[in-house]
Design a protein. Sequence first.
Length: 256
Amino acid sequence: MKAALSQRGRIPFFYKKSDKEFQLDPYERYESMVSRQSALHLADGLWDSYPMQAVLDFAAPFYPSSQVAHILEIGCGVGRWIATLAQTFPKADCWGIDYSYQMLKRAREFWVDQTDIHIDLSSKGFSNILNIKGHRLKNLNFGLAKASALPFNYESQDLIINSFLLDRLDDPARGLAEMYRVLRPKGKLILITPLNFSKAAHWKAYYPPIKLFQLLGQIGFEVLDWQEEILINEPLDFHGNSVRWKCIGFAAQRKD
Ligand SMILES: C[S@@+](CC[C@H](N)C(=O)[O-])C[C@H]1O[C@@H](n2cnc3c(N)ncnc32)[C@H](O)[C@@H]1O
């Protein structure tokens, strides 16, 4: 693994993020993004069940059947999925990589430093502030990097996961190629995305989803499973309003 360029708080930086990049990054906004992601991923009690459970259910059949050494999530946000894997694979060195320092700070505090968090959704109609106990996962690390330049060696990862990331990338094809680079031969990639691109050029390049399927083959992945209608409701408030995401999900294996 590459050495960090710097450190902020307890988060190693593998990319030198400029002040301007901080300002422009919507995921650095605490109120709109970190608190929303925390409510979505860390406060199951608010919603009766974990709203993103469909992601975990889709992925579980493709997890390795025995202990592995290296697991990586890219675009990990507040860290729920990679923390789940760190608990399932206690011998694995697990990394959550994200481009947002604020997301990583929350993830590290909650999953590694055992800091309790308080979620106040009174503006969404919930009357109680939820206090949630933090964890101390010793095999889990978080670091700041871009998906296009992962700080990991060639063929070093056994499993790579990511959700709701691909359509956020400046260059999705490059992101996939970088995942291929760091995955070991026969290593697996499990990815879920709503294909909610913000650039017309990306819609053209990756839609309909068969284009993404073909790209995976060109990069060197063998697709093991491919689903185009994974429905996920992102809850918004106490009244039950939600955003409905229609996601594609696939599990793929690096050929060699
Ligand atoms: C929509 S959120 C998804 C978070 C979480 N994976 C989920 O499923 O809810 C997208 C995440 O990807 C991160 N992200 C965006 N661009 C990135 C990039 N180029 N490299 C790494 N992470 C990135 C954001 O900071 C944010 O945490």
